[in-house]
Design a protein around this ligand. Structure first.
Ligand code: FE2
Ligand code: FE2
Length: 181
């Protein structure tokens, strides 16, 4: 994990006890766990569950992206243009990630309908998912090293108290993390 401010055990505070946008790393970790649970079902050849888990992952991913694009990126633009972190990098990667997920869902439905040569098809799917995981890793690193620290820099503590609770969408999976009040 990189970044200048550590996330506390509550995931909400930085080193000085102040609220930090780095708390959002917890959502990335949660999304990674959801994706792993999908891959576990795939390894057990349970296509129905693998597909259901992919749909949960997609829903959570879209919720997080919506918050970043509609709430956080407009605030991030207060900092002006940042080398290695223009807004289009973040939104472009979001778009690519959703395109991958769309292809995965399509493939899973196809395999469920017609499980011919299933082992090889699953190996091919896991290969494509590995490419997706690299994209997600780079995206998360960019947010951790540029987006979230910059948001900390351009907001007041009072603003962070108002904005951060709105970043943990009130859906069932993220509510279990204890952020949605
Ligand atoms: Fe993002
Ligand atoms: Fe993010």
């Amino acid at each position: 994990m990189t970044g200048s401010v550590e996330v506390s055990s509550t995931g909400k505070e930085g080193e000085g006890g102040e609220l930090s946008f780095l708390a959002l790393i917890r959502i990335h970790e949660h999304l990674n766990q959801l994706f792993f649970s999908h891959q576990e079902a795939l390894l057990m050849f349970n296509l129905r569950i693998a597909c259901d888990r992919m749909l949960v992952f997609e829903k959570e991913l879209r919720s997080h992206m919506k918050v970043e694009e509609e709430l956080l990126l407009p605030i991030y633009q207060r900092a002006g243009r940042i080398l290695g972190g223009p807004v289009e990098f973040f939104t472009g990667e979001h778009k690519r990630m959703l395109e991958f997920v769309g292809r995965f869902c399509e493939k899973l439905r196809e395999l469920d309908r017609n499980p011919l040569d299933l082992k090889r098809e699953i190996i091919a799917l896991l290969d494509e998912e590995a490419t997706f995981k690299h994209l997600v890793m780079h995206h998360d690193e960019r947010e951790q090293s540029i987006l979230y620290p910059t948001l900390d820099r351009v907001t007041t503590d009072a603003e962070r108290h108002e904005i951060l609770p709105r970043c943990f969408p009130a859906n069932s999976s993220l509510r279990q993390m204890g952020y949605c009040g």
